[in-house]
Design a protein around this ligand. Structure first.
Ligand code: F6R
Length: 368
């Protein structure tokens, strides 16, 4: 049942190329247009939307943070991302022109369910991104994009997260198509890049042993920091959450630019810092990330850098280098999170923890 793996989680990490491919299947029609079968909102309703609020918890919330970068960039519609547990207690400003997007792997998370009920009472349209057919959240939503990860049994979300990212990209591109903010050729080009991601994830997985060795070298570690920028920032948060959940060690993710505003005080000799390095591009993200890495290194941190193939400029600053396939910055989370999942899974295994059933956690959280 675990396909020869020791844990469901590890099996599910290795299923990710297929889960991503399945979640893309049938969405890109031959005429180049995107189609989302369960998108029960009309083009006119979508054109009327002038604000999006994404609500979710935990790992699904981090998928929402990535979605914000993609949706705003491709559609120019402002996006807020909010923890479902906070949403209805702050009297959020909602009306019929606000689209609320609820992201939930299980479709049963109580905080998220209560949040969408609140949104619908305020006459907002609700779209669910969900992995569980017929669960409560999609049943109570106006529209749904189902992810096709297959059942996720490990308590820590892995393939659920990757397929949520895919659904968020599809939603962003679909909105761009309907609103006319991006044209067919460009959308098709991004779809082709997405369709190449399963092979690129497989390439990352083929080098799992390198990550495992690195993880096992950290069994005595009590604290790990994760740094990222742009779409790599939520990846840093997710990498830290995986480590907390599975290895029970203190782990925190930061936006690299925020370091000097406080967190750099945490850095001391030998502290492992995992850095998600953005691809080299015309923006200054890459250079800015390198200067953040230099800052922590100058204070004694040991840097583990995830950087794209061919990026030699990172070499002087990396105590350890994990190579990522070359993909555009907005899509990089799909490949960058995989080594972080492997790292947490292997480190927790080496520490003797139950990876599939971490202490104090449940697979779906049906109480608020
Ligand atoms: C982390 C994890 C949790 C869930 C969160 C939301 O590995 O699994 O943080 O992501 O409880 O669950 P869903 O997506 O089912 O609403």
């Amino acid at each position: 049942e675990k396909d020869g793996h020791d844990w469901f989680m590890r099996k599910e990490i290795f299923e990710q190329p297929r889960a991503v491919a399945d979640s893309l299947l049938g969405r890109h029609a031959r005429n180049g247009l995107l189609q989302l079968d369960e998108m029960r909102l009309s083009d006119q309703e979508l054109r009327d939307i002038d604000k999006i609020i994404i609500i979710a918890c935990g790992t699904s919330f981090y998928a929402g943070l990535v979605a914000k970068y993609a949706i705003e960039h491709w559609t120019r519609v402002p996006v807020e991302v909010e923890l479902a547990s906070e949403f209805r207690y702050r009297d959020p400003i909602l009306d019929y022109s606000t689209l609320v997007v609820a992201i939930s792997q299980s479709g049963e998370t109580a905080d998220t369910l209560q949040a969408i009920r609140h949104a619908r009472l305020q006459r907002s349209k609700v779209l669910a991104i969900c992995n569980t057919n017929g669960s409560t959240i999609p049943r109570e939503s106006d529209a749904v994009i189902y992810t096709h990860a297959g059942p996720e049994i490990g308590v820590a979300s892995t393939k659920g997260f990757l397929t949520q990212l895919v659904a968020c990209y599809l939603l962003a591109l679909y909105l761009a198509q309907v609103k006319g903010t991006r044209y067919g050729d460009e959308i098709s080009e991004i779809m082709r890049q997405l369709e190449s991601i399963p092979d690129q994830i497989a390439a990352v997985l083929s080098r799992a042993d390198e990550v495992y060795e690195l993880a096992r070298a950290h069994v005595d570690t009590r604290s790990v920091l994760f740094l990222g920028r742009h779409a790599g920032y939520p990846v840093a948060l997710e990498g830290a959450l995986k480590l907390k959940e599975l290895a029970y060690i203190h782990a925190e993710g930061f936006a690299a630019g925020e370091l000097k505003h406080g967190p750099i005080a945490l850095v001391e000799e030998g502290l492992p810092v995992l850095c998600v390095v953005p691809p080299r591009g015309r923006d200054q993200l890459h250079e800015k990330m390198i200067s953040g890495i230099q800052e922590v290194r100058a204070r004694g941190a040991r840097t583990i850098c995830l950087a794209e193939e061919g990026d030699t400029s990172i070499e002087p600053y990396a105590d350890h280098l994990i190579r990522l396939p070359r993909v555009p910055v907005l899509l990089q989370p799909l490949v960058a999170v995989v080594p972080l999942q492997l790292f947490a899974c292997e480190l927790a295994t080496a520490m003797g923890h139950d990876v599939d059933q971490p202490r104090n956690l449940a697979k779906s959280v049906t109480v608020e």
